[in-house]
Design a protein around this ligand. Structure first.
Ligand SMILES: [Zn+2]
Length: 457
């Protein structure tokens, strides 16, 4: 039987696949709220039953939090792992929803049919694209073309507290040739995307102390050092006039884009004018010799997230404050070492302190960037398979934010992860009226069938 038969089966089974997704969406599996613990359990049970119906050897596995669903099915190489999450975000504010978030429905909109309900896109709809592709494959061929491990989490929306311990305890079982993660989006409506770069994050909080108490600026102003003035100078010095970060050694381990990726990104036609225009801006503010997409996807940053000091209430107070503090974060790429940057940043701050001032540092999180090995042949195979399904060729893209699971597969299991998803920017995940486009669901299922066909040896 051919891939075309599997794709035809997916088309004819779409109404039934949609009904199954609606059933899963009716379960309010809000992981962060203890009141919904039994519902998270019920969603896990639902998935166990559904994967069993495919013939998988599947179990609900207890954790200190919500259970994991782990299943195995099929034989042959390569061994693929599929990750998705069955928990969802809370629905507040409820009054902003046009319907009950857990009474999902198909709606006709100007842009086509959508599946409306909490979790439609993030991540139940995406998760089911892969399950439905497997179902159609089995219906036509009797078995999957290779060994597949399902790994479905129920705590993604509440910080994944059980994930790393579970991966470590079950490392042998979860180690595969490649991990497929379906929790990301497309680049626009027509271009599917494989995320190959995720930025890391480093946080620092610092408090500068000058005088031993708040002073009157009439009595002490001019003769005593103001910690806000010191903080302002330090912060202003973090970037030079070209937008580069000045912390010594900051760019160590920052890779250059390959010519191939640079050309792909140029071909995406990213409209930074409308991207910035939506938030009332017009001019890219990063390194001036970089494109806006590079600024978001492949370049490291330093941002001030908050400043505090002196009198900020109503009216006016001529205070000369004893302290000033700031929260500063760095987005990291490539091989940048968070610890080395933390130390270099602290040394820079120390070097800027005038007499009579001291500084206290408080560290916040530190995570390295993830960069996938796109030399692995599975990446090109998947990219071509996606390109066959969608109007535009698939692109390797970056992601400005952090998706820790991808890094965990690499560091804990030494497995490369492919992040492929069919979400759209206007899916309103985490917000009222979440939706998943019917085309995302339908073509997402077809995409996975093509990817399975391309990856199986
Ligand atoms: Zn998600």
């Amino acid at each position: 039987m051919s891939l075309d038969d599997v794709l035809a089966r997916i088309d004819s089974d779409l109404p039934a696949a949609t009904d199954r997704l609606l059933e899963l969406l009716r379960i309010p599996s809000i992981s962060t709220d203890p009141a919904y613990k039994a519902e998270c359990d019920r969603a896990a049970d639902w998935l166990v039953a559904d994967l069993k119906s495919l013939g998988a050897d599947v179990e609900k596995r207890a954790t200190p939090g919500h259970p994991m669903v782990v299943g195995h099915i099929g034989e042959g190489a390569p061994h693929l792992l599929f990750y998705g999450h069955y928990d969802v975000q809370p629905v507040d504010p409820l009054e902003l929803w046009d319907r009950d978030p857990f009474d999902p429905a198909i709606e006709n909109t100007e842009k086509g049919q959508v599946i409306r309900g909490r979790g439609a896109a993030d991540d139940k709809g995406q998760l089911m694209t892969f399950v439905e592709a497997c179902r159609a494959w089995i219906a036509i061929n009797g078995a999957l073309p290779c060994k597949i491990t399902f790994f479905l989490e129920g705590e993604e929306e509440s910080g994944s507290p059980s994930l790393v311990p579970f991966m470590k305890e079950n490392a042998a079982e979860l180690t595969t040739d490649i991990a497929l993660i379906c929790d990301t989006g497309m680049f626009g409506d027509a271009t599917p995307a494989i995320v190959t770069m995720l930025r890391g994050l480093l946080g620092e909080e610092l408090t500068i102390t000058g005088p031993s108490k708040d002073l009157h600026s009439g009595m002490y102003g001019g003769v005593s050092m103001n910690p806000i003035r010191v903080m302002a100078k330090i912060i202003a010095g973090l970037h030079d006039h070209t937008g580069r970060v000045t912390v010594p050694g900051f760019y160590d381990g920052v890779p250059e884009l390959s010519d191939e990726i640079r050309a792909q990104w140029q071909g995406l036609g990213f409209d930074h004018g409308s991207f910035l225009g939506e938030v009332g801006l017009s001019t890219p503010a990063g390194e001036q010799d970089r494109t806006p997409l590079e600024m978001i996807w492949s370049r490291p940053t330093c941002e001030v997230n908050g400043i505090q000091g002196g009198y900020t209430g109503d009216g006016f107070k001529t205070v000369l404050p004893a302290k000033a503090s700031a929260k500063i974060s760095f987005r990291l790429v490539g091989q940048q070492d968070p610890q080395a940057i933390r130390e270099s940043f602290r040394a820079y701050v120390q070097s800027q302190l005038p007499p009579d001032c001291s500084v206290d540092f408080h560290p916040h999180g530190a995570s390295r960037a993830s960069q996938m090995e796109i030399d692995h042949p599975a990446f090109e195979a998947a990219r071509h398979a996606l390109s066959d399904e969608w109007p535009e060729p698939a692109a390797y893209v970056g992601c400005g934010g952090s998706i820790p699971i991808a890094g965990h597969f690499k560091t804990i299991l030494d497995t490369d992860a492919m992040l492929i998803g069919f979400g759209k920017d206007d899916d309103q995940i985490h917000s009222p009226n979440e939706k998943y486009d019917m085309t995302s669901f339908h073509k997402g299922i077809r995409s996975w069938a093509r990817i399975l066909d391309a990856l199986a040896e």
